[in-house]
Design a binder for this molecule. Structure first.
Ligand code: ADP
Length: 165
């Protein structure tokens, strides 16, 4: 009997912080792969204004995904395709919310294919309640004292409460 190698996918992003939308996409991905690497891009945190440093984002994500044995959280720097190759990934996963996500995501997918043709980018739509949700909106609402409990898991909520009171 031959056993096929596990199907690995990489889900890259800034996850600053990880939201229920990200969680939904990650868990849906596990329906079509054996192992998911949720990967925090270190480079994107240099260009964008960020809330949590990468190590704290990872610490939060590991708490959030602690009950999902197929999911591991790591950070990476440099080209995504190089990282995906290192991980032995067959898929790069991205979430698609509205049409506004499409143009950027499509450009990225084409560029990544030029750089490394062996990985396919797959797009997953989140469950409807999360289709408007973004990490930047969560940061903004939390910083203004708004209630974000329906958008993030308890470990994230706790960190936001500590940060913003
Ligand atoms: P954000 O855009 O919220 O700052 P990231 O840069 O961390 O988040 O996004 C990583 C990936 O997750 C991107 O493909 C993004 O489109 C996707 N994503 C983010 N939030 C959601 C959501 N609510 N539903 C589906 N996909 C999402």
């Amino acid at each position: 009997m031959t056993t096929s190698p596990p199907i690995v996918a990489v889900y890259p992003g800034s996850f600053d912080p990880v939201t229920l939308g990200h969680e939904d996409v990650a868990r849906r991905t596990l329906r079509v792969c054996d192992r998911l690497v949720v990967a925090v891009a270190e480079s994107s945190s240099q260009s964008k204004r960020h809330l949590f440093e990468v190590p704290e984002r990872l610490e939060i994500m590991r708490e959030v995904f602690a009950g999902d044995p197929g999911i591991e959280c790591v950070s990476f720097s440099g080209l995504l395709v190089d990282f995906a190759r290192e991980m032995g990934a067959r898929f790069i996963v991205r979430g698609l919310r509205a049409v506004s996500d499409f143009e950027y995501e499509f450009q990225m997918a084409q560029m990544n294919r030029e750089l490394w043709d062996a990985a396919e980018t797959v797009f997953l739509a989140p469950d409807v309640p999360y289709s408007f949700l973004s990490a930047s909106l969560v940061r903004e609402v939390a910083s203004l004292g708004g209630d974000v409990t329906s958008f993030v898991s308890p470990p994230v909520h706790e960190r936001l409460r500590r940060r913003f009171g």
